[in-house]
Design a protein around this ligand. Structure first.
Ligand code: HEM
Length: 265
């Protein structure tokens, strides 16, 4: 049996993408059903169970920002994966354009909203967490602008690459959650290289920056592997992506069973 290396690269990235899309929608499902009913009926104590500043009486700036955060998060998580499905892009161009505009605008708003939340209240991981989160938000804003511009210029090759980078930085907080739960699972629930109480330590700092730097690096190798040269990179890259897909799957499982489903009960 002989498999074309180009096809293998394509298949491996498709396998990862389908896995990531399903995991992204599970995260969206959790946000809708956890924050939705509690927000609509004013059960704000639920928001404070998961977030230190979820809802604060007498602080409308904080509360509006948090509600906006959840609405934008859901729009992005639900709509994002559709942009990368070939069939939809080819057959439903109008959907791709409108969903794309919504995705990019929501990304710009979420970037600004996220920076506001960090500056206003800070993250639970202290200054390093604040910096890695803010950098993530800045990348979202930049890549959203590039993706939009390249579509307008009809430079579809560049548009595709920037949209992949945008999807990856938008998925940063999702990578953080599945990464953290994967780490806890393989370490038998022990917080190795970080402290649960202060929610900080080398592992969490690494994950905070790695949540977008890692995927962006892999994307650059993918762009290299899918181009004609160098051809020796194709098969190792495809095998690597199948491995990453397996890890992603375990991380999604760990986050769903260990983090999201218990909160929905
Ligand atoms: C698509 C991107 C994003 C999604 C889907 C998202 C989703 C969420 C969710 C669901 C929570 C609640 C905690 C939980 O239930 O897991 C949360 C909290 C939070 N997010 Fe995001 N987020 C995104 C981007 C950002 C960005 C870019 C920043 C900062 C620059 C940010 C900063 C925060 C902070 C600080 C909290 C905790 C709020 C508090 O307790 O005070 N998020 N986010």
């Amino acid at each position: 049996m002989h498999m074309d290396p180009n096809k293998l690269v394509k298949r491996s990235v498709q396998a990862w993408f389908i896995t990531a899309a399903l995991g992204t929608w599970i995260f969206a499902f959790y946000i809708i059903f956890y924050y939705g009913p509690s927000g609509l009926f004013g059960n704000w104590e639920k928001w404070n169970e998961t977030m230190p500043h979820g809802h604060e009486t007498g602080d409308p700036m904080n509360n509006v920002a948090m509600v906006m955060h959840m609405i934008l998060a859901v729009i992005i998580l639900v709509g994002g994966p559709f942009q990368f499905i070939d069939h939809i892009r080819k057959k439903w161009g109008r959907f791709h354009r409108w969903n794309g505009r919504t995705y990019v605008i929501s990304g710009l708003l979420l970037g600004v909203n996220g920076i506001f939340i960090v500056l206003y209240k800070g993250t639970i991981s202290g200054m390093l967490g604040d910096i890695s989160m803010s950098l993530n938000a800045i990348l979202i804003i930049l890549f959203a602008s590039f993706t939009w511009n390249k579509a307008i210029e009809k430079d579809f090759n560049a548009h595709r690459k920037w949209s992949i980078r945008l999807f990856l930085v938008m998925s940063g907080v999702w990578f953080f959650r599945i990464g953290l739960m994967f780490w806890l699972l393989v370490n038998d629930g022990n917080p190795v290289w970080f402290d649960m109480e202060s929610f900080s330590g080398p592992f969490l700092t690494g994950l905070g920056f790695g949540q977008y730097i890692g995927p962006l690096l892999i994307a650059e190798i993918y762009f290299l592997a899918e181009s004609r040269k160098p051809s020796w990179i194709k098969i190792p890259f495809a095998l690597f992506m199948f491995g990453i897909t397996a890890i992603t799957l375990v991380g999604i499982f760990a986050a769903t069973v260990g983090l999201w489903l218990p909160r929905l009960q």
